[in-house]
Write a protein that binds this ligand. Sequence first.
Ligand code: SAJ
Length: 425
Amino acid sequence: MKKRVCVLGLGYIGLPTSVIFADNGWEVTGVDINESVVEQLNNGQVHIEEKGLPDLLTKVVENKSFIAQYIPQKSDVFIITVPTPLNPDGSANLNYVKDAVESIIPVLEKDNIIIIESTIPPRTTRDVVAPILGNAGFDPENDVYLAHCPERVLPGKILYELVENNRIVGGINSLSANKAADVYRTFVNGKIMETSTESAEMSKLMENTYRDVNIALANELTKISNTLGIDTLEVIELANEHPRVNIHQPGPGVGGHCIAIDPYFVMEKDRKNSTLMHTARAINESMPDFVINQVTKLVSKGSKISVLGVAYKGNVDDVRNSPSIDIIEKLINEGYEVNVYDPFVKQNQVNFKLDTIKDTVDSTDLVLILTDHECFKELDWSKFNYGVNNINVLDTKNVLEKIPSNINYYNFGYLPQMSQELQKV
Ligand code: SAJ
């Protein structure tokens, strides 16, 4: 008989996870509280954008290895992939996780495996999840197998990374880690590392915190280099020639739902000792204002600014916490005429108007590139009407490779009004 897995929360992680299990010999029940999501999925329609997902969903719906419904059903394994948003006070909102765990209690049986994939603050599996099971009459260390297996896949490459990435599986005890690891062994090609729930929780958070701190370093370097008239991008390139150095890239801020959020899950547990993480967050959050400050050096209020890119990173449609949104809204409020183009983002995702590339760039005073979409590299600049003057381009993501001759080009290595002595070699 096929093994059964019930996945709770059919979003960016839960849905791809469900279809991968279904495609690897499991009988999968996907659970979501959103009626229209359940209905759409059972019709083979995907509600999120992810490469390869529509085809795989159609396959597993047709061969009946995947079905979506509102409530959990009896299973061998329960996987929880619900969101953990940030509370206004900077702590993690664990309500969805708690509700999901409560919702499996009526169908939970001895020897079932329960895996939390949602990103959670350190100690949550032991201090929050285990007691819910305990209160329901299950000994979380002996009656069931409880584990945390953080998801670490990159949007846009989820189906590939779910199979190929290494996975950390933290158990409430070693037997739980072992049982949960066996679940992933049915389709993961990467290494599976067994550990405690605490180490699994903390290592996931530290991966993203490491990136946040490193990006903050690059952003701080940009500000200092701007004062001193030094090309940051060149400095990073040179420093990274060292075999043990990997300074990240500066940019207009850190968006998405992971790198900008995860440090807070660590900080909430020990505010006194998390000063570096706190400072890194503040530096990255200051970048939209830094960009606006550069804009004011190039054009005056009322000028037309053409923003290219709303998504928080290149080649995806995701606008969650995107620094572009902050920058666009502030520029509009400050009285600029802001036109916006993003080929990945749909009008209903944002509160401002999106235009075509031509309407966005024609007769502009400044092109402001905020996202590193690959297609921006291929823009045919000769198709735009510029009027008489050269146009200014401020490329915060260092996207353009060939710079047309009638453009005054600036990036984070060469910012407006930088010292004229800055030598371009
Ligand atoms: N960014 C920079 N400079 C850089 C790299 C990124 O400014 O050098 C910015 C990007 O523009 C973007 C943000 O940071 O606004 C985040 O982008 P990202 O692609 O680095 O990360 P995410 O949030 O899409 O995905 C991360 C990944 N974590 C790591 O690479 C350690 C991914 O593997 C995780 O699965 C995901 O977080 C998650 O779910 O935690």
